[in-house]
Design a protein around this ligand. Structure first.
Ligand code: NAD
Length: 467
């Protein structure tokens, strides 16, 4: 078997792995990246990017559909249709463009990419099974970035009419009906897109609320949107059995609160009950790695329990977010290069790309905060923001949580159309240790929705201008 020696081996070419490899290459470290699939991992190929393309298409379609009825804007259109096969072709072309973009960036950073399955034999040896045969890569440092995979439910294994998120992104015709099992990030982002394209949606969520990760005030507008679309939302509910046939699914759903069991039939079931670290198929058994609660355990610097073996991204656990994975990847490359960086959790924005969008950064809100003298909590509604009115996006708000004594901003949240773009300002505020005065004293452009951010700080300082 041919042997290749390198300073850094990165196993997995998703956002964690490819960013780590690029940074390592930029630092002049000899780097080999191994991936069995297309570059960009779940995020680029079957996650963040394709789902946002589908969400965008669904949004434009539903807005156009709304304009085919009498509207305040005075716009007249014919009854629009959506050709999902074309949307999917467009989405695939974007993915392909970005795949080659990542390949180009790796090449520019002098990273060698091996296309094949890498299996570690120890912390410094990896057999790569390529189409052309096997090759051994010997490395001084190994970075595990193998990512995650969707969790399936017993009796509802993926295949046929039971869809994973990847399967749903490949549908070429809009289903008449769909049951989404798991009302979290993926279920509501993708389920919402299909509902806006005309699919009759039923959401089955085990918790008491949709998007239980966010507070109720943030998720209320999302729930209202699903109501407006005519979707059925079942919370506190679990699928107890399911059957997939050639032309649909039949599920039995038990609702804890009512004690009732309902039969639900649909064209498809989309199962989105979370993701788990990908621990199989890359040689974990051959290593002495600590695994905690199903994830490869790492310290603050990204180092595992083995010397010079690092881990980054989803395989290291929650939050399974591409931007956190990229930040870990960059940090670990720097550390291999001799830096002494540790991971800073102060600002990892969490965004759900539903309609409306939800964002939170830093300390999350709890209803108990309202009675807590140690913090100030204030919200500014988009209903009082001029630009929002002109965009017909008056639902939602921006909320700030700050320390009562120092006025240091602790947490920021928002719900509303396209508030994902506010996450940059929110993250910067937390990263820079902004106080309420810093935000209130920053001139925000008028007319923009970002003025609601400034106004929330002014409210917290008890001197609102526009409310
Ligand atoms: P999730 O954790 O967001 O949601 C899963 C939901 O399924 C939860 O609400 C949970 O209560 C529910 N659930 C669990 N078991 C159930 C059952 N038996 N029946 C009914 N409901 C059940 O997970 P996801 O949506 O699959 O997403 C996976 C990961 O991908 C997340 O960790 C997230 O970080 C990431 N992701 C992020 C984004 C984003 O940043 N916008 C988008 C998509 C995915």
């Amino acid at each position: 078997m041919d042997v290749v020696k390198t300073k850094v081996l990165v196993l997995g070419g998703g956002p964690a792995g490819y960013v780590c490899a690029i940074r390592a290459g930029q630092l002049g470290l000899e780097t080999v990246l191994v991936d069995s699939g297309k570059l960009g991992g779940t995020c680029l190929n079957v996650g963040c990017i394709p789902s946002k393309a589908l969400i965008h298409s669904a949004q434009v379609f539903s807005q156009t559909l709304a304009l085919s009825e009498q509207n305040k804007l005075g716009i007249e259109t014919q009854a629009p249709r959506i050709d999902l096969a074309q949307t999917v072709r467009w989405k695939n072309s974007l993915v392909a463009k970005l795949n080659s973009g990542v390949a180009g960036l790796l090449k520019k950073a002098n990273v060698s990419v091996l296309s094949g399955t890498g299996v570690l034999e120890d912390g410094k040896s990896c057999v790569v099974r390529q189409q052309s045969g096997e090759i051994m890569v010997k490395s001084e440092h190994t970075v595990i970035a193998t990512g995650s995979e969707p969790i399936s439910l017993p009796g509802l294994g993926f295949g046929n009419r039971i869809l994973s998120s990847s399967d749903a992104l490949a549908l070429t015709a809009v289903p008449n009906s769909m049951v989404v099992v798991g009302g979290g990030y993926i279920g509501l982002e993708l389920g919402g897109a299909f509902a806006r394209m005309g699919t009759r949606l039923t959401i089955v969520e085990a918790s008491e609320r949709l998007l239980p990760h966010y507070d109720e005030q943030l998720t209320d507008p999302v729930v209202k949107h699903f109501d407006a679309l005519g979707s059925t939302v079942m919370t506190d509910a679990k699928v107890i059995s399911g059957q997939s046939t050639d032309d649909g699914v039949a599920l039995k759903v038990h609702q804890e609160s009512t004690g009732e069991t309902a039969d639900i039939e649909a064209d498809y079931a989309l199962v989105t009950v979370g993701r788990k670290a990908l621990l199989d198929g890359w040689g974990l058994d051959a290593l002495e790695l600590d695994v905690e609660r199903g994830y490869v355990a790492i310290d603050e610097s990204g180092l595992t329990s083995m010397t010079d073996v690092w881990a980054i991204g989803d395989v290291t656990g929650e939050p399974m977010l591409a931007h956190r994975a990229m930040a870990q990847g960059e940090m670990v490359a720097d550390n291999i290069g001799g830096a002494k960086r540790i991971f800073d959790h102060v600002s990892i924005p969490e965004i759900c790309f539903t309609q409306p969008e939800v964002v939170q950064v830093g300390r999350p809100y709890s209803i108990a905060d309202e009675q807590d003298d140690a913090v100030i909590v204030r919200s500014f509604p988009f209903a009082a923001n001029g630009r929002s009115m002109t965009m017909q996006e008056s639902d939602g708000f921006v909320r700030v949580i700050a320390a009562s004594d120092t006025k240091l901003v602790l947490g920021l949240q928002a719900v509303g159309g396209e508030v994902s773009e506010l996450s940059a300002a929110f993250s910067l505020a937390l990263e820079m240790g902004a106080t309420l005065e810093d935000i209130a004293g920053t001139i925000h452009a008028h007319p923009t929705r970002s003025e609601a951010f400034q106004e929330s700080a002014l409210m917290a300082l008890q001197r609102p201008l526009h409310l």
